[in-house]
Design a protein around this ligand. Structure first.
Ligand SMILES: [Zn+2]
Length: 504
C-alpha cells in the first residue's frame, strides 16, 4: 500500500501517465531534497542537471504542496565558482524555486562579502541554527529555524552544519546543542512536524535522531552517495551529489503518528529540462567557454590518479608528483612544493582521456594557485618540509607534495625534528648545507602565510604575484608538451616514512 502510493506519486514526478493510482494519503507533507550540488549543468555522463530537478519539483507542485530543500555545499568549489563565486548557482536555484538551503562546509570558502551577497540574492530561505558570524551575530537573512504550514500541518525546520576550521569570519557552534535549542523552540511553537536540514556525517545525523525523539526527519548532505536509513521509524535521507538523484519523501498521519514513504528519483535524460532554468544554466556555461575555450581532450593517462584529499593530504600522491613536476619544469626552479590543500578535485581521475576542464578543475582557488619562485637555503627548506610533515598526521591541507628532492621522516618524533637524514636532490645526492635552491611554491603559503607557512624569502616575488604562472597552465603545458599527451606514473619514492609503526 505504501509502495503503491509512493509509486503513484513518483510516477507523477517522472511524468509517466497511466500508472495505476492507489488512494493518496490524506493531507501529506512532501519534501524534495538535493545536496552537494557543485554544478548546475548536466554532468559529462548525462545525469544530473538543475533544469531537470526543476521539472521534478514543478510536477510534484502540480499535484500538491512540496518543499524543495538543498542540504548544503553548492556555492563552492567548482570551475564556475572560481570565477563567479557561486552567483550562477543562486540564479539557477532561484529559477528552480528552491525553498530552503543550509550551509555546507564549502560555503565558507567564499569570502565574507561574497557569501553575504549570495545569501542576499537568494529568493529561497537560508537556515542555520549553529553557524553565525565570528562575533556571534547572525548572517543577514539567515534564520536559525522557520515554520511553514503545509496541508494544514505546521512544519518546523532548522539548519545544521558540521563544525570545522573555517575562515575567520565564521563560527559554527556545537551542532548537537544548537539542534536541541532549535527543537525546543519548534516544540514550544507547537510544530506538528520537526525536520532537520543538515550538513554533517551520517554518524552525526544518526546520533541526532537517536538522541532526539521529537525530531521526525533529517534531510542531509555532505556525503556524496545517496543514503536512506531509519532510526525508530524516522528517516535520514541524503541524495547523490551533483543532483544525480533527488530524495522524495512523503509524510502523512499527523503529529506523533507520522508515517513516511521514501523514493529516490534518478535525475537523467528521461526528464525534460525546465524551460526557465535551462537557458540560465546554458548562459553560464557559455561564459566559461568564453574564458577557457571549448572543453577538449588534452592527454591520455595510463594510470588512475587518486586525487582524494584523504590521500594527498597524508602522503605523496601520483597527482601531487605530476603537478609538482610540471611546476618545476615550467618555472625552471630546483624544487617545486605544493600544499596539498590547493588541489581541490577530491576525486579519482580514472585511466583514459583527460580534458582541459579536468586539469583546470584541480585548482579552484580565486588566486588561481599561481606559483612564485624564490631562493631558499637548505636549513630553511628543512624547516618548511618539517612544517609540511607536521600536517600529515592530521590530514591537513599544508602537507607538501614535492618535486626535485626526496627525504624521509619519522612521524613518531617530536614536531619540528621529524626529518631523518639528508634531503636529497633529484639524482639522489645529498643537498649541500651551503646550497641555496630556487623554490617554486604557491602564492597562498608563500605570500599570505596560508597553512601556517612563513616565507619572508618570497617577499620580492610576491610583489608581482599576479603575473606569476598559474598551476593549471603549467600542468597543461607539461602534459601536452613535455609528456606528449601521455601521462605515465611519475617517479615515486619522494617522501618516505620511517621509524616506529606508530601511525602518528
Ligand atoms: Zn560537505
Amino acid at each position: 500500500m505504501r509502495r503503491l502510493t509512493l509509486g503513484a506519486m513518483l510516477a507523477g514526478a517522472m511524468g509517466c501517465v497511466g500508472a495505476p493510482r492507489a488512494p493518496e494519503p490524506l493531507n501529506p507533507v512532501r519534501f524534495l531534497l538535493i545536496n552537494d550540488v557543485y554544478v548546475a549543468d548536466t554532468l559529462a555522463d548525462g545525469t544530473g542537471g538543475l533544469a531537470r530537478v526543476a521539472t521534478v519539483r514543478n510536477r510534484l507542485a502540480d499535484q500538491g504542496p512540496v518543499l524543495f530543500l538543498l542540504a548544503g555545499d553548492f556555492l563552492s568549489p567548482s570551475l564556475l565558482s572560481k570565477y563567479y563565486g557561486g552567483r550562477q548557482m543562486v540564479e539557477a536555484l532561484n529559477a528552480a524555486k528552491l525553498d530552503y538551503a543550509t550551509f555546507g562546509n564549502h560555503e565558507f570558502e567564499l569570502d565574507r562579502d561574497t557569501l553575504v551577497a549570495r545569501i542576499g540574492a537568494s529568493s529561497f530561505k537560508w537556515l542555520s541554527s549553529n553557524c553565525t558570524l565570528a562575533d556571534g551575530s547572525r548572517f543577514p537573512k539567515v534564520l536559525p529555524w522557520d515554520t511553514v504550514t503545509v496541508s494544514g500541518h505546521l512544519v518546523g525546520l532548522f539548519g545544521l552544519t558540521l563544525s570545522g576550521s573555517y575562515r575567520r569570519y565564521v563560527r559554527c557552534a556545537d551542532p548537537d546543542s544548537a539542534a536541541r535549542q532549535a527543537i525546543d523552540t519548534l516544540e514550544k511553537m507547537e510544530a506538528d512536524l520537526i525536520v532537520g536540514l543538515t550538513h554533517q556525517t551520517i554518524a552525526a545525523d544518526r546520533n541526532l535522531l537517536s538522541r532526539e525523539p521529537r525530531l521526525d526527519l533529517i534531510l542531509g548532505g555532505h556525503e556524496h552517495e545517496a543514503h536512506d536509513s531509519v532510526v525508530s521509524g524516522r528517516h535520514l535521507l541524503k541524495a547523490d551529489a551533483n543532483a544525480r538523484s533527488a530524495q522524495f519523501v512523503t509524510l502523512w498521519g499527523g503529529k506523533e503518528k507520522w508515517r513516511q514513504a521514501v523514493g529516490l528519483v534518478r535525475i537523467d535524460s528521461r526528464l525534460p529540462e525546465d524551460t526557465l532554468v535551462a537557458p540560465l544554466v546554458e548562459r553560464w556555461s557559455d561564459s566559461l567557454r568564453n574564458r577557457l575555450g571549448p572543453e577538449r581532450k588534452v592527454a591520455t593517462t595510463e594510470i588512475g590518479m587518486d586525487a582524494r584529499d584523504a590521500v594527498s593530504r597524508r602522503q605523496e600522491s601520483a597527482l601531487g608528483n605530476l603537478v609538482t613536476d610540471a611546476v618545476r619544469a615550467g618555472t625552471g626552479a630546483d624544487v617545486a612544493l605544493l600544499n596539498a590543500g590547493s588541489m581541490r578535485l577530491d576525486d579519482v581521475i580514472p585511466p583514459g582521456e583527460v580534458s582541459n576542464y579536468q586539469l583546470e578543475s584541480i585548482f579552484l582557488f580565486a588566486d588561481e594557485t599561481r606559483m612564485v619562485t624564490f631562493p631558499l637555503g637548505l636549513a630553511r627548506l628543512r624547516e618548511v618540509l618539517e612544517h609540511g610533515v607536521s600536517e600529515a598526521s592530521l590530514g591537513k591541507g599544508g602537507f607538501l607534495q614535492v618535486s626535485g628532492l626526496s627525504f624521509a621522516y619519522d612521524p613518531s618524533r617530536p614536531s619540528g625534528s621529524r626529518l631523518v637524514g639528508d634531503i636529497r636532490g633529484p639524482g639522489g645526492q645529498a643537498i649541500a648545507a651551503d646550497d641555496t635552491l630556487t623554490v617554486a611554491f604557491g602564492v597562498y603559503p608563500s605570500c599570505e602565510g596560508g597553512d601556517g607557512y612563513r616565507l619572508p624569502e618570497a617577499k620580492a616575488s610576491c610583489q608581482q604575484w599576479e603575473s606569476a604562472p598559474r598551476a593549471a597552465d603549467l600542468l597543461l603545458q607539461y602534459v601536452t608538451d613535455s609528456l606528449g599527451g601521455r601521462v605515465r606514473a611519475p617517479a615515486a619514492g619522494r617522501i618516505s616514512r620511517t621509524g616506529s609503526t606508530n601511525p602518528g
